[in-house]
Design a protein around this ligand. Structure first.
Ligand code: GTB
Length: 218
């Protein structure tokens, strides 16, 4: 059955793979599923056809036969649950991998998003310079805790899993900030994720789409 995801028609991330279709592409590549991409403009995202798929008017979405999903956590979990490669067979290890996926989305990603939003939306405010260190410290605190838990391990809990896929995806957003560099084991962890052939394929596909959408008109 054909799988179709949606992605930005013209991604504002400069082709760096930071938009959230990348994590869905990565999961699909890890389990070896082919997929198609429908590109949507910012305007189309807020129109009824897309809102029927995504109530918040965002990307990515996921369609497979008569199943339509939104929210990257749900999409990636669905892929991992239905196909071998992202969840361990052992029931307890499986539960722990899912726990890490939720931790990435619910505990690590929020302060990272707060920092991204502060930089993007608040830099012209008089209080921006005063607030920024507070927001950065919230991120730093989470990274410190995550770094302590990861230690010298390759992945968060044994073999690479959906928990690592989501955690690396979340941490990638921090690369431009320099904050990640304070934690060499997290830098190495993210690099291991990026070096996975499935991630490379996902990254290359989104980059090709970005380049195609930014090609000067003939
Ligand atoms: N919780 C949802 C999920 O995980 O699926 C969040 C989805 C979401 O934030 N989608 C964003 C979107 O559609 C794109 S990925 N935004 C348009 C809108 O809300 O109108 C977030 C994103 C956007 C841009 C960059 N960037 O430029 O670097 C990085 C990440």
């Amino acid at each position: 059955m054909t799988i179709t995801i949606t992605a930005f028609e013209r991604s504002p991330d400069g082709g760096r793979g930071l938009a959230r279709d990348t994590r869905v592409r990565w999961a699909l590549e890890e389990v070896g599923l082919p997929y198609e991409v429908r590109f949507v403009s910012f305007r189309a995202m807020k129109e009824p056809a897309h809102l029927a798929l995504h109530p918040f008017g965002q990307i990515p979405t996921y369609e497979e036969g008569d199943l339509a999903l939104f929210e990257t956590g749900a999409i990636v979990f669905h892929i991992a649950h239905r196909h071998a490669g992202l969840l361990p067979d052992d029931a307890n290890a499986r539960a722990r991998a899912i726990t890490w996926m939720f931790a990435a989305l619910n505990t690590v990603e929020p302060p990272i998003l707060e920092l991204a939003n502060a930089r993007l939306l608040e830099s012209d405010k008089s209080w921006f310079e005063e607030r920024l260190p507070l927001v950065e410290d919230r991120v730093r605190n989470r990274l410190k805790q995550l770094s302590a838990r990861l230690g010298d391990a390759e992945w968060l809990d044994g073999a690479f899993s959906v928990g690592d896929l989501m955690m690396v995806s979340v941490l990638l957003r921090l690369k431009p900030s320099g904050l990640l560099n304070e934690f060499p084991n997290l830098v190495a962890y993210v690099a291991r994720g990026e070096a996975r052939p499935a991630y490379e394929r996902a990254f290359d596909a989104q980059l090709a789409a970005y380049r195609a959408s930014h090609r000067p008109a003939d």
